[in-house]
Design a protein around this ligand. Structure first.
Ligand SMILES: [Zn+2]
Length: 174
């Protein structure tokens, strides 16, 4: 089954996502499975619920791309971020063919809930930190191509293939 993603400039991507209540209902459980499937199907490393049409504060992430290390983040809140930042290009599954240059914190501490509603506080670095900040933007209705410097990657087929959700081309090998 091919999963169609919500794509820019669809205004639904601009909706602010809402908090999720626990215990999760069947619909939300299915949504998380659907999001995970969509992320791998589109070769992404992260995907927010809004990208499949649901404005809920949920995103999934797997920067390993091994398809067995999916992390699920529900109601995420940033509690700490590093002063050090890195500016780099990002792609978004919802804006194929475009890249945005975005300054992100190198390190980010996040409080979030898992599928069981259990609360976690964890610090993420580098690509994971960038991916999380990208997904958090989605929850606020913001896209990586909103930051100013945006380029079209049309004509660069290989780059297009490599251009996956939140993936930083320069740092993706770390
Ligand atoms: Zn995105």
């Amino acid at each position: 089954m091919y999963i169609e993603l919500v794509k820019y400039p669809n205004i639904n991507l601009r909706i602010k996502s809402e908090n999720v209540t626990f215990p999760l209902d069947d619909k939300t459980e299915r949504l998380i499975k659907y999001m995970t499937k969509a992320m791998y199907q589109h070769n992404g490393i992260g995907l927010a619920a809004i990208q499949v049409g649901y404005h809920r504060r949920i995103f999934v992430m797997d920067c390993t791309r091994y398809a067995d290390k999916t992390q699920v983040f529900i109601n995420p809140v940033v509690i700490k971020k590093s002063d050090e930042t890195l500016t780099d290009f990002e792609g978004c599954l919802s804006a194929p063919g475009k890249r945005g240059e975005v300054e992100r914190h190198l390190r980010i501490t996040l409080k979030y809930q898992d599928k069981e509603g259990e609360e976690h506080t964890k610090t993420f670095y580098n690509l994971e930190a960038r991916c999380i900040q990208h997904e958090l933007d989605h929850l606020e209705g913001k896209l990586c191509i909103d930051y100013g410097k945006t380029t079209d990657s049309s004509g660069e087929e290989d780059l297009l293939k490599a251009m996956v959700e939140s993936s930083s081309r320069v740092k993706s090998n770390t």
